[in-house]
Design a protein around this ligand. Structure first.
Ligand SMILES: *Cc1c(COP(=O)(O)O)cnc(C)c1O
Length: 429
């Protein structure tokens, strides 16, 4: 299939990046279960290793099945290239790696997936990196947090767990004025609901583990490059603008232009950090993406029905779903994710921590798991699990206080889900 902006999302989610296998005509993308690729001759091998020719060398760097997935996600996000990796957390490190150095920092939203808050507040310190967390609704605070050592601004489009919507237009304008890339984690929204690059994002990261795969089978991640950032405009990003000793002084930005970040991600990031996606995982994720739009429509429809029902229940204090008329983020839904606010929200129970534990333990269709974005409906009591490592203040700031349960609405029958929620809530009254 030739690429063209004329193809719609539903067509691209099935065809982008794929073509019948040139060797066999196989219609579905084969799982290229191979570690290495035979060089035509010694000159070919040398050209590949010098990055003078693009081709397959070794599956830590590139693999044909993974390459189809990379092109598919890049196309759906409206980016120029993408690098897949072994998990969403790997993707975040892969996105930051070319930008950061010891002593550098990122400015990040205080509303993030709990694991990301831990990765940014604890683990990245071992690289000499740091993160400053601020409320991204306070634009002056975001501006004030940026200093000479800042190298990126990071947020989620629809933030896990509360379903809070970030004003990407306002945040990208601040990053742009500061000459910094904006990295947006688009896991909860998916490119069907939100395309962060259209709102000024430089890089988009994904946990493909969630909605993109959509069935809870494999972990994976992806970094998509918009191709829009001028890495040579300042001396802040030497990994991309200055000579690279490991490739005979090659300058990535000068040599690869808008594909600089993607080439760096493969030639340095995957080569040396080795956080590679395997072809089996890419296969499952490709299968999932074929039905992404259909699933997201149902996730949104079910989430809307169930959030409205929960809001009227006696045991419920409040529901955070941004699609509800009661949400303060209605105008952002219309602007940032007009097809819907996703399938993820939190419900606060009047009975507090104990009621949350009873509720979660009484559900039958909903599973209590540390996952989201599955065809199945899932719940988790964040304060005792994913957000457990956080301080009480951080838990509340992240929308994961002790009285709050996170709900990931699946694509089952809404009536069955409501019946299950109703019987479980009756145990908390
Ligand atoms: C799950 C998740 C991650 C981490 O992804 P893994 O694939 O579990 O490493 C990052 N961000 C968000 C929003 C997530 O939901």
């Amino acid at each position: 299939m030739s690429d063209g902006p004329s193809y719609g999302f539903d067509t691209l989610q099935i065809h982008a990046g794929a073509r019948p296998d040139p060797a066999t005509g196989a219609r579905q993308t084969p799982i290229y279960q191979t570690t290495a690729y035979v060089f035509r001759d010694a000159d070919h091998a040398a050209a590949l290793f010098n990055l003078q020719e693009v081709g397959y060398i070794y599956s830590r760097l590139t693999n044909p099945t993974v390459a189809v997935l990379q092109e598919r996600i890049a196309t759906l996000e409206g980016g120029v290239g993408a690098v897949c990796c072994s998990s969403g957390h790997a993707a975040q490190i892969m996105a930051l790696f070319p930008l950061m150095a010891p002593g550098r920092n990122i400015v990040a939203s205080s509303r993030l997936y709990g694991g990301t808050i831990t990765q940014f507040s604890q683990t990245i310190k071992r690289f000499g990196w740091s993160a400053t967390f601020v409320d991204f609704d306070d634009l002056d605070a975001v501006k004030a947090a940026i200093n000479d050592d800042t190298r990126a601004v990071f947020c989620e489009s629809i933030a896990n767990p509360g379903g809070y919507i970030t004003d990407l237009d306002a945040i990208s304008a601040i990053a742009n004025d500061a000459g910094l890339p904006l990295i947006v984690d688009n896991t909860s929204a998916t490119p069907y609901l939100c395309r962060p690059i259209e709102h000024g994002a430089t890089l988009v990261v994904h946990s493909t583990t969630k909605y993109l795969t959509g069935n809870g089978t494999v972990t994976g991640g992806c970094v998509v490059d918009s191709g829009n950032f001028d890495w040579s405009a300042s001396d802040k990003f030497p990994s991309l603008s200055a000579p690279e000793p490991a490739y005979h002084g090659l300058k990535f930005h000068e040599t690869f232009g808008s594909l600089a970040f993607t080439f760096h991600g493969i030639a340095i990031g995957l080569r040396d950090l080795g956080m590679t996606m395997n072809p089996q995982a890419a296969h499952y994720t490709l299968m999932g993406i074929e039905t992404l739009s259909l699933r997201m429509q149902r996730h949104v429809e079910n989430a809307m029905t169930i959030a409205s029902w929960l809001e009227g229940h006696d045991a419920v204090d409040y529901v955070t779903y941004a699609g509800l008329p009661s949400s303060p983020y209605n105008d952002r839904v219309a602007r940032i994710c007009p097809k819907g606010a996703g399938g993820l929200f939190t419900v606060a129970l009047k009975g507090g921590y104990d009621a949350c534990v009873k509720f979660v333990d009484s559900l039958e269709i909903f599973s209590h798991v540390a996952n989201l974005g599955d065809a199945r409906s899932l719940v988790i009591h964040s304060a005792s699990t994913t957000h457990r490592q956080l301080s009480p203040e951080q838990q509340v700031a992240a929308g994961a206080g002790p009285n709050v349960v996170r709900i990931s609405i699946g694509i089952e029958d809404a009536a069955d889900l409501i019946r299950d929620l109703d019987q479980a809530l009756s145990h908390t009254l």
